[in-house]
Structures are given as structure tokens and as C-alpha cells.
Design a protein around this ligand. Structure first.
Ligand SMILES: C[S@@+](CC[C@H](N)C(=O)[O-])C[C@H]1O[C@@H](n2cnc3c(N)ncnc32)[C@H](O)[C@@H]1O
Length: 212
């Protein structure tokens, strides 16, 4: 049993109750080398998650200036790649875990030193940190916390619609074993008016893009 389970603390706890150890990850993503500082108590703190990697390599990134959101950002790999690949865009990163946000802030400074005004990490419960600002996004990106249950993720779909601009997209990755085929069927049945594409199926992960 690892320390997190032992103390009933999770990577999605607001204040993870595990000792702090700092790690450094070096990873080449979309042919660019990134350095990520991570700490214990944060999702996949010792190496970049395989699902995250498959997602980053295959997600669609708008070429034109856009407003983008990395929802449940952890230490920030998805949002930071969005910021690097789309430097004219503004990117928000949100996570409930305060340690994750601490890391994401360090990683923005480390990897995108000239974009610290346009790539912003905020802590809080999903859309709460931006609620008062009436923001709508061209793209919302997510490697969802399915350990909290599939229902939580499916419920989030209804809320995400309110934060997407017309023609905006919601892109996410799901492990096949964690129910990607079920989610694909669920989306087709529940949102018949939305276009849902599977951008890739690789290494046991499916990457989805849903258009609003
Ligand atoms: C599967 S991890 C992905 C982390 C990161 N995007 C990555 O790919 O490495 C899901 C993230 O969602 C965050 N999370 C869970 N529930 C949340 C909530 N209610 N509001 C904001 N973030 C949440 C967790 O803390 C965790 O960092």
C-alpha cells in the first residue's frame, strides 16, 4: 500500500497528506523538450502518464489566437504544451490540488518564461475559479480523473457545454480499459447533435474530440 492510500489521501485531494519530495521530469513532447517539476501527492509525479503523452501527441491545437483551458491540469503538461505550440493564445490551467497548482506555476515559469501573463494556473473546483469572469473557451482539454468514478466525468459533460464557444471543442483521453468504448456510445446517444471524433486509438488509450 503506498503512502497516499495509507493516509486516505489522493492525487485529487485539495491538500494531499503525504510527505513532500520534489522530482524533475524531462520529456520530449511534439518534438520539444520540457522540464517539469513535480511533487509527491500530485498525479503521476514520477513520470509523465502514458495517457497524457498519447493525448498531447494527438490533440488538435488551434493555429489562430484562442482561449484554451487545461481542466484538471496536475503539474501542467497539457496546458504548457498548448502554450508553447500556440503562443498567441491565452491558456488557463485549473486543478483542485494545491500542490499541483504550485508545480504548474513553477513549470509555466520554467518552460514558458515569456508567456507568464497569458498562461495562468488557478486552484479550485473545475470552473469555480473562473466563474465570475464569464469566460468561454475555444478548446477545453482534459485527462479526466476517472478514479473518482465515470459518473463524475459524464456529469461534467453537461457543465462543459456552458463554457465552450460556438464551434469550440472538448478534447479528452480515456483508457480503453477504463471505459472508452462505453463513453463513445454514451456520447453518441446522449448528445446526438454534437459531432464526436476519435482522433486516435493508441497504446490502449482513445483520444476524443467533441465539437459544440
Ligand atoms: C488524471 S489527472 C491528470 C493531470 C494532468 N492533466 C496530467 O495529464 O498529468 C486528473 C487531475 O484532475 C484533478 N481534479 C480532480 N477533481 C477535480 C476538480 N473537482 N476540480 C479541478 N481539478 C480536479 C486532479 O487533482 C488531477 O490533477
Amino acid at each position: 500500500m503506498d503512502n497516499m492510500e495509507d493516509k486516505k489521501s489522493h492525487y485529487y485531494s485539495k491538500f494531499p497528506d503525504v510527505d513532500v519530495k520534489i522530482h524533475t521530469i524531462a520529456e520530449s513532447l511534439r518534438r520539444h523538450l520540457y522540464i517539469f517539476k513535480t511533487i509527491t501527492g500530485v498525479f503521476s509525479f514520477n513520470k509523465i502518464d502514458l495517457g497524457t503523452k498519447v493525448f498531447i501527441e494527438n490533440m488538435h491545437i488551434p493555429k489562430e489566437a484562442s482561449v484554451l483551458l487545461d481542466l484538471g491540469c496536475g503539474y501542467g503538461p497539457i496546458g504548457i504544451v498548448l502554450g508553447y505550440e500556440s503562443p498567441q493564445s491565452s491558456v488557463h490551467l485549473i486543478d483542485i490540488n494545491k500542490r499541483a497548482i504550485w508545480c504548474a506555476k513553477q513549470n509555466i515559469k520554467l518552460n514558458l518564461p515569456d508567456q507568464t501573463k497569458d498562461v495562468i494556473a488557478l486552484s479550485g473546483n473545475y470552473f469555480k475559479p473562473i466563474k465570475s469572469r464569464n469566460l468561454k473557451f475555444d478548446g477545453i482539454y482534459m485527462n479526466p480523473p476517472l478514479r473518482q468514478g465515470r459518473k463524475n466525468f459524464l456529469d461534467l459533460f453537461y457543465r462543459i457545454q456552458n463554457y465552450l464557444k460556438k464551434n469550440g471543442s472538448f478534447q479528452f483521453v480515456i483508457r480503453k480499459k477504463m471505459g472508452a468504448p462505453y463513453i463513445s456510445k454514451y456520447l453518441a446517444e446522449t448528445f446526438p447533435n454534437e459531432r464526436v471524433e476519435i482522433l486516435c486509438k493508441r497504446s490502449g488509450y482513445w483520444v476524443f474530440k467533441c465539437f459544440h
